[in-house]
Design a binder for this molecule. Structure first.
Ligand code: ADP
Ligand code: ZN
Length: 207
C-alpha cells in the first residue's frame, strides 16, 4: 500500500487458503515497514504454535518475531502506543473482537495488516475475515496450487476426519484444492499423485 498517503491509518487484509502465501506476504510487508523505519508489532494466536511460539513461520520457513495472544482482546493490552504498523497472522483464530479492534487501530492512525483463512474446511466464509474484508482499504486474495490438478486453488481441503471447525495442522492434514477438486468434509482415500509426493519430499518443504 505504498501508494497511499501515509498520514492516515488503514486496514489491509491478505486472505486465501492454506499454502497460498499469506504468511510470506505478511512477512514481506512487515519487513518493508521496518525498512521504512516504522515501529512494527506482530501478533499471532497462541493456538497455533506448530512451528514456533514467538515467530510467524511460513511454509517456506520465512520467520518474523511475533507476540502470542489468546485472542484479539489481548492485543490492545500488549500494544505499545508508539507502534505504527500492527500485523496479525492467522486472524481466523483471533475471534470476532478483531473487527472492532482493527477499526479502532486504523482510526487512531495505525496501519493494520491482517492475514487469515477466508474459508473453512467446508468452504464457508470464515469469521471474522468477511467483515474485515468489508471494512478494509486494501484486499489481497492469495491462491495456492491445487494438489490434485495444478490449477489455482482457493480451498483448504481437510484430509483427516474431524467435525471440529479448528484442527491445527499443516501438510498431511490439509492441502490446497481448486473449486473443482475440493470436497467439503473428508474425502474418501485417494492415492497421492506422484508430483505431490515429490513436492512433499523436496528439501524446501517442511514436514
Ligand atoms: P499460508 O500462510 O497461506 O499458509 P505460506 O506463506 O506459509 O502460506 O506458504 C506459502 C508457500 O508454501 C509457497 O511459497 C510454497 O513454497 C509452499 N507451498 C506448499 N504447498 C503449496 C501449494 N499447494 N500451493 C502453493 N504453494 C505451496
Ligand atoms: Zn484441482
Amino acid at each position: 500500500m505504498d501508494f497511499l498517503v501515509h498520514n492516515t491509518g488503514w486496514i489491509e487484509v491478505i486472505c486465501g487458503p492454506m499454502f497460498s502465501g499469506k504468511s510470506e506476504e505478511l512477512i514481506r510487508r512487515l519487513r518493508r515497514a521496518r525498512i521504512a523505519r516504522k515501529r512494527v508489532q506482530v501478533f499471532k494466536p497462541s493456538i497455533d504454535v506448530r512451528y514456533s511460539a514467538d515467530e510467524i513461520v511460513s511454509h517456506t520457513d520465512a520467520r518474523l518475531k511475533a507476540e502470542c495472544v489468546t485472542g484479539a482482546g489481548e492485543i490492545l493490552g500488549k500494544l505499545d502506543w508508539r507502534t505504527q504498523v500492527v500485523g496479525v497472522d492467522e486472524a481466523n483464530f483471533m475471534g470476532p473482537e478483531l473487527v472492532d479492534l482493527a477499526q479502532q487501530l486504523a482510526d487512531s492512525g495505525k496501519q493494520v495488516v491482517i492475514a487469515g483463512l477466508d474459508t473453512d474446511y467446508l468452504g464457508r466464509p470464515f469469521p471474522p475475515i468477511p467483515d474485515l474484508l468489508a471494512l478494509a482499504e486494501s484486499i489481497t486474495k492469495t491462491l495456492a496450487i491445487c494438489m490434485r490438478c495444478g490449477n489455482p486453488a482457493k480451498h483448504t481441503q481437510r484430509l483427516v476426519e474431524s467435525g471440529d471447525l479448528i484442527v491445527v495442522g499443516a501438510t498431511g492434514m490439509y492441502e490446497a484444492r481448486c473449486r473443482r477438486c475440493f470436497e467439503p468434509g473428508v474425502p474418501p482415500h485417494q492415492e497421492e499423485l506422484p508430483f505431490v509426493t515429490a513436492m512433499r519430499r523436496a528439501p524446501s518443504n517442511r514436514e
